[in-house]
Design a protein around this ligand. Structure first.
Ligand code: 2U9
Length: 344
């Protein structure tokens, strides 16, 4: 029996030695030291031994068990540390590698154009005023000398929300609201940037939603020459020193007299080309002296105060400056278009 125990020990020791994985080792442990293993089986025969032999066999069995347990534990620790080392090698991270750059966004070209125009006017002493996009009929039309059923209302096809509420068709209501706040005391010198809405079919030059910047100056003794001086500075700062300006008579219900401002065409230098339709001039904005009715409705006495106002379409300015041929590019969020304006 002692020999058999030694045999079992040597057999198990050889298998422990040759085990490659932790699972192999677990099988060896169960096979030799488990309840159904040969050791247990052998011990069942202890009863048949003489009282002299029994302690010897018992002692040998304990030695074998201890020896095997020690070998198993040692091999298990070795395999576990080998597995950990292999895992660490496999998952090794090179912390010195440079990071992958995250692509950066940029300002939308319309935002850049608005900010540039704002800066020019702020430089001339204007402040910025803003107001709601959902307006009342009074602020969008009545207060601008456009009473109900006035034919000029049709010039601006309107999105109505109810008979009295609408999406503003121009930022002019902000100017009326600002005049009201001043309670008949000048000066008022503001520009009003913002989104406006018109019931238009979208095409290359029309959009049902677009951006405007309007301006208003009200004070004692404001004249048409003040308007022209402001535009001369603005055009040179925004479009360039070499641009000339001219005013052409026009009509708007809220201004009298009214005019349109043209700038000389930079492409042909005034000779006439496709961009300026052969005229040498490009129309950029509308303006005029504030109509006395509009001053009165804003709370200013037209016998004491006068003013001028103007309005421009931001998309048109951006299209002229960057040579963009379709207004819809501004709203389709195609990054191939937008990424060209990252640095403007
Ligand atoms: C008040 C008084 C007067 C604003 C003005 C224009 C002329 C004008 C157009 C330019 C292109 C609109 O975006 S566009 O389609 N605007 O030509 N706007 S004068 O006049 C005002 C506004 C408010 C109280």
């Amino acid at each position: 029996m002692l020999d058999r125990l030694q045999e079992l020990h040597d057999e198990a020791a050889a298998q422990i030695e040759s085990a490659v994985t932790l699972s192999d080792l677990r099988d060896v442990r169960v096979k030799y030291l488990g309840k159904k293993g040969p050791m247990t089986e052998l011990m069942k025969g202890m009863g048949k031994l003489s009282s002299e032999e029994r302690p010897k066999v018992g002692q040998k069995a304990n030695e074998v068990r201890e020896s095997l347990t020690g070998k198993l534990d040692a091999k298990e620790a070795k395999l576990e540390s080998e597995a950990l080392e292999a895992k660490l090698q496999e998952e090794k991270v090179d912390v010195t590698l440079p990071g992958r750059p995250v692509p950066k966004g940029g300002r939308h070209p319309l935002t850049s154009v608005v900010e540039t125009i704002e800066d020019v006017f702020i430089g001339m002493g204007f402040t910025i005023a803003e107001g709601p996009e959902v307006e009342t009929d009074y602020y969008n039309f009545e207060s601008l000398n456009l009473p109900k059923h006035h034919p000029a209302r049709d010039m601006q096809d309107t999105f109505f929300i109810s008979s009295d509420l609408l999406l503003r068709t121009q930022t002019s209501p902000v100017q009326t609201r600002t005049m009201e706040k001043h309670q008949g005391v000048g000066p008022v010198k503001i520009i009003c940037p913002g989104k406006v809405y018109r019931r238009d079919e979208d095409d290359a030059t029309h959009s049902h939603q677009f951006m405007q910047i309007e301006g208003l100056v009200v004070d004692r003794g404001i004249r048409m020459s003040d308007l022209k001086g402001i535009f001369a500075t603005f055009v040179k700062e925004y479009f360039g020193e070499d641009r000339e300006i001219r005013l052409r008579p026009s009509f708007f219900p809220f201004t009298e007299p009214s005019a349109e401002l043209d700038i000389s065409c930079a492409l042909c230098g005034g000779k006439g080309c496709r961009t300026c339709k052969g005229t040498g001039w490009i129309e950029v904005l509308g303006a005029g002296m504030v109509h006395p009715n509009v001053l009165r409705m804003g709370g200013f006495d037209p016998d004491v105060y006068s003013g001028f106002a103007f309005g421009m379409g931001v998309e048109r300015f951006a299209m002229l400056k960057y040579g963009i041929d379709d207004i819809r590019h501004f709203y389709t969020n195609d990054t191939r278009f937008l990424s060209q304006f990252k640095h403007v």
